[in-house]
Design a protein around this ligand. Structure first.
Ligand SMILES: [Zn+2]
Length: 170
């Protein structure tokens, strides 16, 4: 298990940077993850100003294991994202929000693996398709094959016969 802890106690005022490479090993601890392979650099910057602690994460890289919705071939999803979070001390256990992560006053380190995971998942576009530019094109043969299959299935599906019978009755 790799370590994604950053020190938050006893740090000097100013900014402190940490770098992480996120690849398939990272996602082994997220068993439900749809993303399983990537090449993403994360720069975590902790900024301390007196009692104020701010954490920013910058993501840059690519996800390698997602497939195109149209042709089912692999696509490269680029990840360029950044998030900024306030680290707020609290004695009681409060639920974190998108902007605030609560830390205990005695806490020395913060495990940021969950934040990294969420940052990556959030950057996946809702449409997963080949862009159709330069090298990034759909596999046309595959699309033709997929279309053939779906049409055939519809024809042979007994549920369609049932539906058609119903239609005749109406
Ligand atoms: Zn495609």
């Amino acid at each position: 298990m790799l370590n994604y802890n950053i020190r938050i106690k006893g740090v000097k005022d100013g900014s402190h940077e940490y770098f992480f490479n996120i690849d398939s090993e990272f996602f082994e601890s997220f068993i439900d993850s749809e993303v399983t392979n990537s090449e993403i650099k994360v720069c975590a910057k902790l900024f301390k100003d007196g009692n104020k602690l701010n954490l920013s994460l910058k993501f840059s890289g690519e996800i390698h294991n997602l497939v195109c919705d149209l042709c089912a071939n692999q696509i490269v999803v680029s990840v360029e994202n950044s998030i900024s979070i306030l680290l707020q001390e609290s004695e009681s256990e409060l639920e974190d929000t998108d902007e605030i992560v609560y830390i205990h006053p005695n806490q020395h380190e913060l495990d940021i693996s969950q934040l990294i995971y969420e940052g990556i998942i959030l950057s996946i576009p809702s449409k997963r398709e080949h862009v159709g530019k330069e090298e990034d094109n759909c596999d046309k043969e595959m699309i033709a094959l997929l279309n053939k299959y779906t049409q055939k299935e519809e024809k042979n599906d007994p549920r369609w016969d049932q539906l058609n019978k119903l239609k005749d009755l109406i």
